[in-house]
Every structure is written in C-alpha cells, then in structure tokens.
Design a protein. Sequence first.
Length: 150
Amino acid sequence: MLKLGILTDQYTSNNELINILQSSDCELLQIKEQSQLTLLDILVIEMNGKNPLVETIDWLIASNTNPSMFVWIYSNTSIENEKKILFELGANDVITSFDDLNKLSYAIKNTFSRVQNRVSDTLPKTKNSLLNEQNQTVLVNDKEKQLNKV
C-alpha cells in the first residue's frame, strides 16, 4: 500500500484536509520528523504556524532526500508571491483555497493510480508465470517458446 504523509499542526478528525486525504486508498501518516520522509510516496504540507513559508521551505529542501516522492502544499490563504519559490524548490502543486481541496484529492488519486501501475509493471514475474511445466513452455519477451529435450 502506498504511503501518504501529512504535515500539519492540526491533525484532528474535524480537519477538512485530513478528511479528504483519508478518503484516498492509502496509508495516511502524520509526519513529525524529517527522517520519516524516506517512508513516503506522497507528502502534503499544510502551510500554517508563525513562519509558514520558512517551515515549508525547510521541509521542501528535506524532501529532496526522497526524489521519487510527490509533494503538494496546501494553504488556506493566498500565497501567489510565494508559489514560484515553492515550485522551484520541488513542489508538484500548490493548493491555495478550500475549494481546490477536491482538486488535491483527484491529483492524489490519479498519482497513486499511476504509481501503483508502475510498481506492478516493474515487479519481477514469478517462476510460475515464466515456466509452464505442464506443456513444457517458457515465456520469453511475452511469447511462449517450446522447451526442447536434450
């Protein structure tokens, strides 16, 4: 199962962001330490607190330790001037209004769908799927080849 981390000061059941993220088909983790970033497929950062931009930049820089992780940022206030900085530091998207939370849920759903397909495509096929002992064939480059007796 893919793992989605949420970085927020208000990790409560009445937080609308948490409710939307919990509807995703993933394991939802509350992130408190930067060492947890290596465990994630997706990180959602909620910009809040006394120095939201400084804290967010710090987490974005730390997220570069996991280059395959997707990072979205949510702020309930307008941050038009800061968006360019956030994108340059590696944010995949910046959501700046409560109304766009549904957009975030669709983006996460679509991303997880693509990531899961990539993961299943790269998994090695089991011995049973490559070798058919019953009719003595082997699957090579998606073509069934007859085995010869020596």
